[in-house]
Design a protein around this ligand. Sequence first.
Ligand code: GLP
Length: 260
Amino acid sequence: MEIIIQPTPEAASIIAARHVARLVRDKPNAVLGLATGSTPLVMYRELVRMHKEQGLDFSQVTTFNLDEYVGLPTEHPASYHAFMWDNFFSHINVQRERVHIPDGLASHIPAFCRKYEEAIGAAGGIDLQVLGIGGDGHIGFNEPSSSLASRTRIKTLTAETRRDNAQAFGSPDKVPFHVITMGVGTIMDARQVIILAFGSKKAEAIAAAVEGPITAMVPASILQMHPVAQCIIDEAAATKLKRIEYYRWVYDRKPDWQKV
Ligand code: GLP
């Protein structure tokens, strides 16, 4: 895994946006796997800026979001549908029919999840998956103990994740218990993965994911097995890493052709 430590969340987000933009320029019909949460917001803002100021073209891009709450209509302000349209899709020229977000109101969830996996396959697989990380090391909504080979399915949130995500709902009691999430195996099938984390609240999870053992108790740790994974973090999220000087050393000596 490549560990990229930046002074601020903004600097880290701009690097992530450049990776996405480079892919979209090289492959206009790229398939993007996208995440919600506060972490990727600045990256989305930068991509919107690139679309508006530099003509970055999303018209042929297909997207698949990681997850959605079960039971929320798409127009619910805390839904990930609303989040993605408000913060990204409404501001770029993506085609509505190429946007995929799990349907929290699906009447038959297992059948919906199978179809979601089939749709990813039919689109040619995910070229680049963007991830955040939960304080407990979850990716998507794959909570600790999730199978590292799991596919898109229903999951039950931990009390900690319901508390962490309460803000959008006004109170923890209003956060749904269930979600639909891409599995860890689904995420691992992406050709490239970028995981973002900012702030000291993510430092433990990042250290466990990057330097700890690979374990279902820290689902993000499976990214150690991914052939093209980048962990782009700010200083605060890097404080618990033991080999921090080595990661800086590597980044400072990157060959020019590898830089974005
Ligand atoms: C939720 C999302 C994850 C996200 C995590 C962290 O659990 N399902 O995809 O990574 O929250 O959110 P934040 O970026 O707001 O810290």
